[in-house]
Design a protein around this ligand. Structure first.
Ligand code: AMP
Ligand code: MN
Ligand code: MN
Ligand code: MN
Length: 293
């Protein structure tokens, strides 16, 4: 193995972030502008369960000369756990992908009303309307929007505190939900010409045995890569999931999971590079070839 990082490793790729089309704070074009200012060389916008921001983002990236990859982050239920699968280089006009995402979004409104009832019982009234005010896209009302409302009420001082006291299993405002099936999500992404990436595996509360089973099923369904260097991982987890990538013969991805200034721990393009011994998921992408040196 070479001591120096390969040309692909030196490319500042950020392949996971959000806009107001899901639960981010910036418009798609503003995300692209910020990434460009931060020195990102190849960017994927990966809104939750929705591709509606990609055309605007692609147009802004083209005008700035930034390599842009259309993406999406699909919510999946696997063994009663919520898992996220990122699709990269998807054709966002693909009808089966669009229909699958629309089905996945279904039920968010009912879930939001139930979340709101639980929060009201816990002493936080008006949460449905409050969360909706924060949602750029009413079709995609998410726990992030509830979290911002709860901070606004003064009940918690920041979003991480909300996700310790509310909205998570065993706490008020947690409403279990059934998202897409793992094999379906990977299938939609692949049928739309894309590459499926297991998002932030370090976030899932699974035993070692279950984690291996998840990664195996993901790979067998046609998954290509896992996120190793992620804004949702601790530095220790970079090492842990680098080993997972090697054990399962998967490529590696890097993404900040940026949601907005002042809210996300890691800004666009600011994470360390991938470990040298892993194959970056972008290593053979034509968008990136011109950047390698
Ligand atoms: P939902 O899809 O409605 O279940 O919302 C999930 C979103 O909540 C994720 O995409 C994150 O943006 C946010 N989230 C979940 N857990 C946390 C956490 N511990 N800290 C901050 N944000 C979180
Ligand atoms: Mn999110
Ligand atoms: Mn996620
Ligand atoms: Mn995300």
């Amino acid at each position: 193995m070479a001591d120096r990082p390969s040309p692909a490793h030196r490319v500042n790729a950020d392949l996971h972030c959000h806009s107001v089309v899901s639960d981010g704070l910036l418009a798609p074009a503003e995300v692209v502008e910020r990434a460009h200012r931060n020195g990102v060389e190849v960017l994927a916008l990966t809104d939750h369960d929705e591709v509606a921001g990609l055309a605007d983002a692609a147009a802004r990236a083209a005008s700035l000369g930034l390599a842009f990859v259309p993406g999406v982050e699909v919510s999946v239920t696997w063994a009663d756990e919520t898992i996220h699968v990122v699709g990269l280089r998807v054709d966002y006009r693909d009808e089966a992908l669009i229909a699958g995402l629309a089905r996945t979004r279904n039920g968010r409104d009912d879930r939001a009303r139930e979340i709101s009832e639980q929060l009201a019982a816990a002493g936080i009234p008006g949460a449905y309307e409050g969360a909706l005010r924060h949602a750029g896209n009413p079709d995609l009302i998410s726990r992030s929007h509830f979290a911002r409302y709860i901070v606004e009420t003064g009940t918690c001082s920041d979003v991480p505190e909300v996700f310790r006291r509310f909205l998570v299993e065993g706490r008020p405002g947690y409403v279990p939900h059934r998202w897409a099936r793992l094999a379906d999500a990977v299938g939609w992404i692949r049928a739309a010409g894309g590459t499926a990436v297991m998002a932030h595996p370090g976030r899932y509360k699974l035993s070692d045995l279950c984690m291996d089973q998840l990664i195996r099923e993901f790979r067998d369904a046609g998954g290509t890569a896992i996120e190793v260097v992620s804004g949702s991982h601790t530095p220790d987890q970079y090492g842990e999931f680098a080993q997972t990538a090697v054990r399962f013969g998967l490529q590696a991805s890097r993404g900040s999971d940026f949601h907005g200034p002042g809210e996300s721990r890691h800004d666009l393009g600011s994470l360390p590079p991938l470990p040298k011994h892993l194959q970056p998921v972008w290593h053979d992408w034509p968008e990136v070839e011109a950047l390698q040196r």
